[in-house]
Design a protein around this ligand. Structure first.
Ligand SMILES: Cc1ncc(COP(=O)(O)O)c(C=O)c1O
Length: 394
């Protein structure tokens, strides 16, 4: 049985409205808030450097917590300031020359795609989109047929920003493995809402944020780098400093052994401890249970929305995550979101640029996104639906 009372009691901001934008930035549970606040109090009391020394053990334990979340080893984890910082430190460390191919998903996220475009401008590499199957997800069979010796990277997102689609990340991993192609997986919308196992996924790199489904502090993210890549020393991080690389001889450097080579010396220990607390909190609840509840809430919403006059639901895929997207044929997404906000119900308007290839192909402009987490009560969703009916009838 899921203990909703405890989940809600642990979520102070949940008392201030109906929060349905967990895919954007979720609400921190109490242990996360306390980990951050306690550490800042310590810093305020004894200074930043002494605080790091005193809390070295707890800070080091964050790597194990994050690793446990994705079935990785502690030294395969780098703690970062965002998903994008993690993703970029891998992507820009890869070498591309003219004609090299990057294979990506139709649902690719804007921040990743503009980096592909910049790399294309710099090097003449080619960006090819993996065709979608009938369900709208990237098709691993079609991917397999695209592979040739110019493919230098497969980089997709597992769950996009603009809907409940779940790309077949593990099947894509099997294709990448079979052909020995580096596989960079954007798991930004997956970590914290569904079990993640890097062995099953077969990815070489996985990037994620803290603030979304994991309920960590804003300004946190992490990167997973497979041990084999670390051992081979290829690729190198896009940028290094003398924390990730040791300067032992005047004209040479040596990368540190683990994924921490992707980090820089300066960081925010308070936020890292918050991220660790978020990982521990999710692990204690159980990712299977979290997934089950998130899916149940989201499926219920999808079904109700599909029944409402004038509403079109836009989620692709055979299997759905906790992001529910829709539009109304008469009332604009912005007007709906604003009216809901007036009743302290918080949803997100996703711009078409979030996933421009997909929104162009489906002729979608702005869409509304509702992303319930496990701490949302069924009554909150009913209140949301009632408010939506009122707004769209007006
Ligand atoms: C699929 C996806 N990838 C990447 C990101 C970017 O994450 P961050 O803002 O932590 O860099 C987002 C954020 O919305 C996202 O939805």
């Amino acid at each position: 049985m899921f203990d909703l009372t405890k989940a809600r009691a642990d979520t102070p901001a949940g008392q201030n409205g109906i929060y349905l934008n967990n895919a954007g930035c979720s609400l921190m549970p109490r242990p996360v808030i306390e980990a951050v606040q306690d550490y800042f109090a310590l810093e305020a009391g004894i200074g930043g450097f002494r605080a790091v020394t005193r809390e070295a053990g707890a800070i080091a334990a964050v790597y194990a917590s994050v690793a446990a979340l994705i079935n990785a080893k502690s030294d395969e984890i780098a703690l970062m300031g965002s998903h994008t910082a993690a993703w970029q430190s891998v992507f820009y460390g890869l070498s591309f020359t003219e004609g090299d191919r990057i294979l990506t998903s139709q649902s690719e996220y804007g921040a990743n795609y503009v980096a592909f475009l910049q790399m294309r401008k710099r090097t003449g590499c080619v960006i090819d989109v993996i065709p979608c199957g009938g369900d709208g997800a990237s098709d691993p069979v079609a991917l397999d047929k695209m592979i040739d010796d110019r493919v230098k990277l497969i980089a997709i997102n597992w769950i996009p920003t603009n809907g409940g689609l779940m790309n077949p990340a593990a099947e894509i991993g099997r294709v990448a493995r079979a052909h020995g192609i580096p596989y960079l997986l954007d798991a930004c919308q997956a970590v914290g809402q569904t079990p993640v196992d890097v062995e099953e996924l077969g990815c070489d790199f996985l990037s994620a944020t803290g603030r979304k489904w994991l309920r960590g502090p804003k300004g946190t993210g992490f990167l997973y780098v497979r041990q084999a890549g670390l051992a081979s020393g290829r690729p190198e991080p896009a940028m290094i400093d003398d924390f990730g690389a040791l300067w032992k001889k005047p004209d040479a450097y040596e990368l540190v052994a683990g994924a921490r080579r992707y980090e820089t010396h300066e960081n925010a220990p308070a936020l890292r401890l918050g991220l660790g607390a978020a990982a521990d909190y999710a692990l204690a609840l159980g990712l299977d249970r979290i997934r089950e509840r998130v899916r149940r809430l989201a499926e219920g919403l999808r079904a109700e929305l599909a029944r409402m006059p004038g509403i079109a639901v836009h989620d692709l895929g055979a299997e759905h995550a906790g992001l529910v997207t829709f539009t109304h044929d008469a009332v604009a997404p912005g007007a709906i979101a604003q009216a809901l906000e007036g009743e302290a119900i918080y949803v997100k308007v996703v711009p078409r640029e979030g996933a421009l290839l997909d929104s162009t192909a489906r002729q979608l402009t702005q869409i509304l996104r509702v992303s319930p987490h496990y701490f949302n009560a069924e009554e909150e969703l009913e209140t949301f639906l009632r408010a939506l009916r009122k707004v769209t009838r007006a």
